[in-house]
Each structure stands twice: as structure tokens, then as C-alpha cells.
Design a protein around this ligand. Structure first.
Ligand SMILES: Nc1ncnc2c1ncn2[C@@H]1O[C@H](COP(=O)(O)OP(=O)(O)OP(=O)(O)O)[C@@H](O)[C@H]1O
Ligand SMILES: [Mg+2]
Length: 229
């Protein structure tokens, strides 16, 4: 379970200080699928990168399964990011010069998995997202939707408990967006916790709960009754 108490983030200092997150308190249960919405600049990405331990908060507390993440050193945070978390971004962030099999293998290299095992697992994950026939292709040879499917396979490489996604459908057409959301639904069904930032109301309805941010604060939340299956 994720629990944050008065979580804050300020960038810069003095007159140039920007409050990106003004103190957010909430819980996300294990296995929950939560969407985060709100206007541009409302702190959604900041919130996600604090939960994903990509950045440290300026204030407040973060408990993950009861453990105080604020007390973790850099090594423990890196371990958390590599083993427990998976990340998917709007811009895919794939390595263009490596084939997609290699792209999906990379997190498993960092995790120290033997070569044969990681090859097999990467191929299996790429098959799961429907790209088994493209293993030797490089990201620039694929469509946006296909590249995002590679990024999802990569995010799942080390079998994460939590998947953080920041506008994963932001660069995709409607059809690819819903295909990608189908894969997120699958991830959720397999027991993973998902936190997904989106601008699009019909994408947010794949989640069970929507959090609305404004000016760095959580202003409202909504249980989705008729979530998309
Ligand atoms: N590294 C940074 N340095 C300075 N200010 C930052 C930094 N990152 C974010 N901000 C500021 O913090 C505020 C929140 O930004 P954030 O990226 O979290 O918003 P967002 O809700 O994700 O917006 P968008 O929908 O446009 O992606 C904004 O005012 C932004 O300019
Ligand atoms: Mg953002």
C-alpha cells in the first residue's frame, strides 16, 4: 500500500521557488488502479515522480507497505525503482539503436538476470503485447502504439508490483490508446497497482478511482462506477 502524508515538492528557492506539490495526503491500496487528472501544471507528473522515487519530496512523508521511504538511501531507492516499480512515459524513452528485444532486456541486465533467462522473458513479454514478430526491429521502425507496447513490456521486465504511467497515451491515436489501455487493464487484473496520469476523461475511466489535482493539491476524488473493462 502507498500512503503519503502532506507530501510537498518545491523547485528552486527564494523568489524563483515554484510549489509543484502543495501537500497531498492520500492512500492507494495494493492492487488498485488509480487515474490522476488535472490541468497542465497542477502537479500530476511531480506527484508521480515522487511516488516513483525518481525525485525526493521537499516535505511530508511517504510510506510504502508501511516502510518510511524518506529514510531510504540512494541504493535502496534505486533497488525499489528497478525491482518494485515499472515506469511508462508519454515519450516511450526507448533506446533507438537497440532492437526491441534488447530494450526490454535492459532492466533485467541491471537486475543481474542471466542472459538466457532474460532473453526468454523479454521475448515472452513482447509476445504478450503482440510484438513477437518484431523482436529484431529497432524502435524507430515501429509505430507510436507499437513503441508504447515495447515500453510497457520493458516496464514489466522485473515483474513490478506498481506501475507508474505518465500520459502513456498522450502521443497516440484513439485506437492505439484503447489498445494500450487494454494492456493496462490486463496488468491490473494480474494484481498490479497502477497509477496513471492522463488528460483524457475516457482514458481515466479505465481506472477504479480518479484523483483530481489543481495548483499542487488534491481537490477531489471520484470512484468510477462504470469503469471500462
Ligand atoms: N524541474 C522543475 N523545475 C522547476 N519547476 C518545475 C520542475 N518540474 C515541474 N515544475 C513546475 O511545477 C509545476 C507542476 O508541474 P508538473 O509537471 O507536475 O505538472 P503537470 O500537472 O504534470 O502538468 P502537464 O499536464 O502539463 O504535464 C509546474 O508549475 C511546473 O512548471
Ligand atoms: Mg505532466
Amino acid at each position: 500500500m502507498i500512503r503519503v502524508v502532506d507530501l510537498k515538492k518545491t523547485y528552486g528557492s527564494g523568489a524563483a521557488a515554484v510549489t509543484a506539490l502543495a501537500g497531498v495526503t492520500l492512500e492507494i491500496k495494493t492492487g488498485e488502479f488509480v487515474a490522476v487528472m488535472g490541468p497542465s501544471g497542477s502537479g500530476k507528473s511531480t506527484f508521480l515522480s515522487l511516488l516513483g522515487c525518481l525525485e525526493r519530496p521537499s516535505g511530508g512523508a511517504y510510506y510504502l507497505d508501511g516502510r518510511d521511504v524518506g529514510s531510504f538511501d540512494e541504493e535502496e531507492l534505486a533497488e525499489l525503482r528497478n525491482r518494485k516499480f515499472g515506469f511508462v512515459f508519454q515519450s516511450f524513452n526507448l533506446l533507438p539503436r537497440y532492437d526491441i528485444l534488447r530494450n526490454v532486456e535492459l532492466p533485467m541486465i541491471y537486475a543481474g538476470l542471466p542472459r538466457r533467462e532474460r532473453r526468454e522473458r523479454a521475448a515472452k513479454l513482447l509476445e504478450m503485447v503482440g510484438l513477437q514478430h518484431r523482436l529484431k526491429h529497432k524502435p524507430p521502425e515501429l509505430s507510436g502504439g507499437e513503441q508504447q507496447r515495447v515500453a510497457i513490456a520493458r516496464a514489466l521486465a522485473n515483474d513490478p508490483q506498481v506501475v507508474f504511467a505518465d500520459e502513456p497515451t498522450g502521443n497516440l491515436d484513439t485506437r492505439s490508446s484503447h489498445e494500450i489501455m487494454g494492456i493496462f487493464k490486463e496488468m491490473h487484473r494480474s494484481g498490479r497497482t497502477i497509477v496513471l496520469v492522463t488528460h483524457e476523461p475516457d482514458i481515466a475511466r479505465y481506472a477504479g478511482r480518479i484523483l483530481y489535482f489543481r495548483d499542487g493539491s488534491l481537490i477531489r476524488e471520484e470512484a468510477v462506477e462504470d469503469e471500462v473493462h
